[in-house]
Design a protein around this ligand. Structure first.
Ligand code: MEV
Length: 328
């Protein structure tokens, strides 16, 4: 039995635009997915999820995800999660050369599925790390991040950046631009999350932005403008200038709204955070529903969000210094 964990993340800046080669700055947070694996010699993959903001489910299959588990969240979310696990195991079979190996996989996660906090990247990173180690192979961080990226790339039909998976594999704040991924120095950030209880479909949202960008010059310009904000944000991060970071996050949210990836509940939470005195607030991740990230060292934003209609949960998030953790 082998157990690894990996953190979720928030995007300080740059989601969506990063898919088109602009830089992005995600930041790992201390909310983790833990994946335990045990080798099986019959080639089957049996996945049990204790908590993916779900009630818990077990799926057994020979390679094709989506056996229709009986749970009270959308089937498409579950089958998407199964798709990630399935492809992660394919990467492990490939890197270890053990083509016919099977696994019992148990997933526990504090990261809501599809809500912009990098649940799939965390599950994928932890699953690849644990399954490879179960077969006696310890992957270097670069190889782990690469295999995790390939997993997301396959599952999202070629529409994925390296940002989520690199951040989850290495921890900390990172900068990703195309294939260039590196760690950044970051001050202690007063991160507050608001969660509307919902989720967005990353594949569909990314495809929607692509269509808009193909059809309208304004959308292509907006993607470039997000890149400018990210470059300014990097400087603010290096200066430890929280007020400027917040201001730039506000701009970034406006541009993501222009690309059509915000929602009424995300906008409502963003405005509630601003009204409460947060330095700034924006949606995080693919959007469509899920989470916002705000910067506020005082308790005001959390309090305001807890009374905001449409906000189901609010909490503070610490920066996760470590990426993947090898637990057993
Ligand atoms: C999703 O967490 C972030 C996106 O930029 C997609 C990606 O980078 O792969 C929307």
């Amino acid at each position: 039995m082998t157990l690894s964990s990996a953190p979720g993340k928030v995007y300080l800046f740059g989601e969506h635009a990063v898919v088109y080669g602009e830089p992005a700055v995600p930041c790992a947070i201390e909310r983790r997915a833990r994946v335990e694996v045990q080798r099986r010699d019959d080639g089957k993959l049996r996945v049990h999820a204790e908590d993916l903001s779900l009630n818990g489910f077990t799926v057994e299959y020979d390679g094709t995800p989506g056996n229709g588990p009986d749970v009270d969240v959308s089937e498409s979310l579950i089958s998407a999660a199964m798709g990630y696990v399935d492809e992660a195991i394919a990467q492990v079979r490939d890197v270890t050369g053990e083509d016919d190996v099977g696994f019992d996989v148990t997933i526990e996660s504090d990261i809501p599925l599809g809500a912009g906090l990098g649940s799939s990247a965390a599950v994928v990173v932890a699953a690849i790390d644990a399954a490879a180690r179960e077969l006696g192979v310890t992957l270097e961080p670069d190889e782990l991040a690469e295999r995790a990226y390939q997993t997301e790339y396959q599952v999202q039909d070629g529409q994925a950046s390296r940002a989520d998976t690199f951040c989850s594999a290495t921890g900390g704040a990172v900068r990703v631009e195309g294939d260039d991924c590196r760690s950044l120095e970051a001050p202690d950030l007063p991160i507050v999350i608001g969660f509307d209880g919902g989720a967005g479909d990353t594949g569909q949202l990314v495809a929607g932005v692509r269509e808009l960008r193909d059809e309208y010059d304004f959308a292509a310009d907006t993607v470039e403008a997000i890149g400018d904000i990210v470059r300014n944000g990097e400087q603010a991060l290096a200066d430890g200038d929280i007020a400027e970071l917040g201001r730039l996050m506000d701009f970034n949210h406006g541009l993501l709204s222009a690309l059509g990836v915000s929602s009424r509940s995300l906008d409502t939470m963003v405005w509630a955070a601003r009204d409460a005195g947060a330095h700034g607030a924006k949606l995080t991740g693919a959007g469509g529903g899920g989470c916002i990230v705000a910067l506020d060292p005082t308790p005001e934003t959390e309090t305001a969000l807890s009374f905001t209609p449409g906000c189901e949960d609010t909490f503070r998030a610490e920066l996760a210094e470590d990426g993947v953790k090898r637990l057993e």
